[in-house]
Design a protein. Structure first.
Length: 291
């Protein structure tokens, strides 16, 4: 999925303080910027260090008043979804409030789902197609990640599905097509919209409440990221790359990453959760810095 990225230069593994001081992060991202395809070379990407909401930013670089624009700036639905999703990834790594992350990510995901429908794609069908195909194929290969392979209930479900589908170890994703009944699609969106709607409305359920245990922002971000790739076929710049590495390092699927990502994924995997987030936040900021 990210094979187009090319990382060069050694990983500085013996820096005594990779997260607290950022020296290792800065060296690693500097190596990235010297690669054949620098992730920071995207036109129009501003420096995140000029953002007063980012730790370590320089407020003096931010004007206190916005200059009058000579022309109106128009934003497409796709551009809005991209900006929302990138922002959601950044505030997720910054350790911001999980409900704020969920609100922004959900807005992006819904926009992307609607845009897919406009192009004749079914997000619910794509969700189940992706989930089922890779679960069954990796089950056949014996390469399921530990958090799934060690879950008896999940493994029982996968075995039952595998009996009914002709997915083998060498099957291709294009071999499988999925059609979802309208009733099932409706249930999917009712479930998916439960928390976003709670966070948007209080006209009919002012005394309602939710459990924070039900807020799974990492999975939501990955689902939105997958929907984005379905539409655009790019990696969402630095935010997409780092989100993908973080997900694999966190979920125990690091070994499936391309070799050029193994060192940084091992670094992320070895840290405790707060430091993982902090390191990823630093990486995104540095990779988005103009060269």
């Amino acid at each position: 999925m990210h094979a187009g990225h090319h990382l060069v230069g050694p990983v500085i593994a013996n820096d005594p303080c990779p997260v607290q001081c950022g020296r290792w992060c800065l060296r690693w991202s500097a190596d990235l910027k010297g690669s054949s395809r620098p992730l920071a070379d995207f036109p129009g990407v501003p420096s995140n260090h000029a953002d007063p909401d980012v730790p370590g930013a320089n407020p003096a670089r931010v004007p206190t008043t916005m200059p009058k624009a000579s022309a109106k700036v128009h934003v497409t639905k796709l551009a809005a979804a991209q900006r929302q999703l990138r922002a959601a990834v950044r505030i997720f790594f910054a350790g911001e409030d999980e409900l704020a992350v969920h609100t922004v990510a959900s807005a992006a995901y819904r926009l992307l789902s609607d845009l897919k429908a406009h192009r004749g794609r079914d997000e619910v069908g794509d969700f189940y197609r992706t989930s089922i195909f890779y679960l069954v194929r990796d089950f056949r290969r014996g390469t399921l990640p530990g958090y799934i392979a060690n879950d008896p209930e999940m493994m029982g479900w996968i075995r039952e599905v595998a009996k009914q589908l002709p997915i083998q170890a060498d099957s291709k994703f294009s071999d499988l097509s999925v059609s979802v009944p309208t009733s099932a699609a409706r249930k999917f969106w009712l479930k998916r919209n439960e928390i976003p709607n709670f966070l948007k409305h209080a006209d009919r359920d002012a005394k309602a409440h939710i459990s924070l245990d039900d807020v799974d922002n990492l999975q939501l971000l990955m689902d939105a990221y997958r929907a984005y790739i379905d539409l655009v076929h790019d990696e969402l710049e630095a935010e997409g790359l780092v989100l993908w590495l973080y997900f694999c390092a966190t979920k125990g699927t690091r070994e499936g990453l391309p070799s050029q990502y193994q060192d940084i994924a091992r670094k992320i995997e070895a840290l405790d959760p707060p430091k993982r987030l902090h390191l990823c936040s630093m990486l995104v900021r540095e990779l988005n810095e103009p060269s």
